[in-house]
Design a protein around this ligand. Structure first.
Ligand SMILES: *[C@@H]1O[C@H](CO)[C@@H](O)[C@H](O)[C@H]1NC(C)=O
Ligand SMILES: *[C@@H]1O[C@H](CO)[C@@H](O)[C@H](O)[C@H]1NC(C)=O
Ligand SMILES: *[C@@H]1O[C@H](CO)[C@@H](O)[C@H](O)[C@H]1NC(C)=O
Length: 643
């Protein structure tokens, strides 16, 4: 239990630790979140890019409160708030500080626009402590997850945009352009990132704290002039440092050479390469170390883009997506690494160049943190969701849709095939969609019942795809049915959004980190394969996936021959209310084809030859369990009020 002490003027004994934190940030030149004292619910973040505003917070699950400590370089007021989108309007805000006479002041407010927020009728935020030095102000305050006050924001597992403001004076609380900003977080998710200091980019990384001094880092540096195409998926081959025995990768981070560079990388996936039995790993992959790389769209190659044998690099290792900060997995799980002296990895980077700029040099560094102290379990990453682009264009969001849903299944046939009898344990998840993604929910069905959601975000930000470590790990058993539900808003464009690789197209995926590692499987996806789709909604017959256009294109000699599916949909389909509703029903009720292929490596072992056919390859039909008992989250005040 946390004790709530009243504020008072106190000699800042905390000053030392604040100083220590700032010192760390200076030393590392970057200040990502990290946990304090081995407690993943106690975290530190620097909210202001200029380093003036530091937040330390503790999620107290017993009392369902969050305790915030802010240390800000000002002797004026401090503003802090919770918001869905980073804007003032609708935000829940507190302002406070220490006045010239030494008296603290602190008010719970809410904002109705970009002006001085109004004072709440009920003051639900509690100030515990406040002090001021010649340069800094410190406030410690707390709030319940849900205060049951309609003028407050409800803290859930949804993405929250923390608003911060730095005032120059105490008696002058107002809207301030320069000294404010917002910062996306998954506020109540645990974070296992230790404080890190670097000695050099390529060398050993020392980690502060007694427990983690064995951490080292494998850094891949890439600097490349990206093509002027809107979308480029580029693959390069890499080998890790030579190590004498198995290690565990326990965390990763992507750093960019500039803020501008950050905008041009949408995702990164690392695959492990496994040679078929008849070939030597070294001779198959070694020639491509240092090779400039090649186009590579999907896990299993759609567009053969060059000489790298990417078809053998299908085992998912780790993934990163836009906006993510450092990620460490819980302390009982590690991803096996350096199990053999010859290991090769394929790095896939999705570069995003919406303005089709030329001569754009994008530099980044990917750090994999690894340890020789093996953790209790071997972990791995897998992907669940809707197939993209699939065999047919069944991922379709009509023009200017609000709330259009797509469902990607991993059904019971697949989980029976993939999982061992005691199942697997999910520990972290990253929800992945593109520009249109607004709400994502990873649902979990067992027998005829829906279990609590594995992850859910009804305030999804497509540019903040941080992995979330789950507070309680989730067991996934044989026969379970997992559904990735994605809700889209495509009003940002006037056109149809199809499933696809570009950020203008969309995806519906979850990346999961789990243990114990499965030897054979990395993906479980579904799609609707139906003649009806083309005949009924689009009125086209023969189509071909065309890599150069990243879309399905209607075959000549049909009247619409040469047009892409989105062009057909934009120009020839009448998207009236009935058609939209019918398409939505179709996505929900129509059976989908579920596929959970073995990794190619295992297929080759099974065949003990070069054939790429899985001897027990199958695809199962899967349908939304609409008769199952629906999961109802615990009633909170806000739920009660809304009904
Ligand atoms: C906030 O600061 C107080 C000292 O004033 C300290 O006791 C407490 O642990 C801190 N809480 C958090 C969440 O950092
Ligand atoms: C969508 O808008 C763009 C310009 O903003 C325009 O060029 C295009 O013709 C529009 N498309 C449709 C289908 O209205
Ligand atoms: C579609 O392809 C099939 C087989 O190639 C052909 O028989 C049929 O006429 C084509 N349909 C149209 C509308 O072009």
């Amino acid at each position: 239990m946390v004790k709530y002490r009243n504020y008072g003027k106190e000699n800042p004994g905390l000053w030392g630790s604040i100083f220590f934190v700032s010192f760390l940030c200076l030393l590392t030149a970057y200040c990502d979140a990290y946990m304090v004292g081995n407690n993943p619910h106690h975290r530190v973040e620097v909210l202001d890019p200029l380093g003036r505003y530091e937040l330390e917070w503790l999620v107290d699950w017993e009392s369902e409160r969050v305790i915030f400590n802010v240390t800000v370089r000002t002797t004026g007021y401090i503003g802090f708030g919770l918001s869905s989108n980073g804007r003032m309007r609708g935000a829940d805000i507190v302002t406070g500080g220490v006045a010239a006479n030494g008296e603290p002041y602190f008010t719970d407010r809410h904002s109705v626009g970009d002006e001085l927020p109004e004072i709440d009728t009920i003051q639900d935020w509690v100030l515990h402590k406040a002090w001021e030095s010649h340069s800094h102000t410190f406030l410690s305050f707390s709030r319940a997850f849900d205060t049951c006050d309609p003028q407050d924001y409800v803290i859930t597992e949804d993405r929250i945009a923390l608003i911060w403001a730095i005032g120059e004076k105490d008696n002058d609380i107002q809207y301030h352009h320069q000294n404010r900003g917002f910062f996306n977080v998954h506020l109540i998710h645990p974070d296992y990132t230790p404080p890190i200091t670097r000695q050099s980019d390529k060398g050993i990384t020392q980690v502060l704290g007694k427990e983690n001094t064995d951490l080292r880092v494998w850094t891949i540096s890439r600097s490349w002039e990206i093509p002027s195409d809107h979308t480029t998926y580029w693959c390069t081959m890499h080998s890790p440092p030579k190590l004498p025995h198995k290690h565990h990768v326990v965390g990763f981070e992507v750093r960019f050479d500039s803020e501008e560079n950050k905008k041009h990388v949408h995702h990164i996936v690392m695959f492990k390469c496994n040679a078929p039995r008849s070939r030597s790993t070294r001779s198959l992959f070694e020639p491509f170390l240092g090779y400039r790389g090649q186009q590579c769209l999907a896990v299993v190659e759609i567009q053969p883009g060059g000489p790298i044998p990417t078809e053998y690099c299908t085992e998912m290792f780790l993934g990163w997506a836009i906006g993510s900060r450092t990620m460490f997995i819980p302390q009982h799980v590690g991803i096996p690494f350096a199990e053999s002296p010859d290991e090769y990895y394929l790095l896939q980077v999705h570069y995003d160049n919406p303005n089709q700029l030329t001569g754009l040099e994008v530099g980044l560094k990917i750090d994999f943190f690894y340890t020789s102290k093996l953790r209790a379990h071997d972990g791995a990453m897998m992907m669940i969701g809707h197939q993209v682009p699939g065999l047919t264009p069944s991922f379709l969001i009509p023009p200017s849709s609000i709330g259009h849903s797509i469902y990607g299944h991993c059904g019971s046939m697949c989980t029976r095939r993939m999982l061992p009898t005691d199942g697997i344990n999910l520990v972290a998840v990253s929800l992945h969609s593109h520009n249109s993604g607004r709400q994502m929910k990873l649902q979990h069905f067992r027998k005829n019942r829906e279990l609590p959601w594995i992850a859910s975000d009804s305030n999804y930000a497509f540019n903040f795809q941080q992995f979330r470590v789950m507070r309680k790990e989730v067991k996934m058993l044989q026969g379970d049915h997992i559904i990735m539900k994605c809700v889209y808003d495509s009003t940002w464009t006037n056109g149809t959004v199809v499933g696809g690789f570009s950020t203008r197209q969309d995806m519906c995926l979850a990346f999961l980190i789990y243990y114990n590692k499965l030897q054979d499987f990395s993906v479980c996806q579904s799609e609707i394969i139906s003649e009806d789709y083309r005949n009924h909604f689009l009125n086209v017959q023969n189509i071909t996936w065309t890599p150069s256009q990243l879309e399905f294109v209607v075959d000549p000699p049909e009247s619409m021959g040469g047009l892409t599916i989105s062009e057909v949909s934009d120009n020839f389909v009448e998207w009236n209310v009935e058609n939209r509703a019918e398409l939505q029903r179709f996505h929900f009720y129509h059976p989908q084809i579920n596929s959970c292929p073995r990794d190619l490596y295992t297929r080759n072992l099974l065949n003990s030859g070069e054939s790429q056919v899985d001897p027990d390859d199958f695809s199962a039909s899967v349908i939304y369990p609409s008769n199952a008992r629906v999961y109802q989250p615990k009633e909170t005040c806000s739920f009660a009020k809304n009904t």
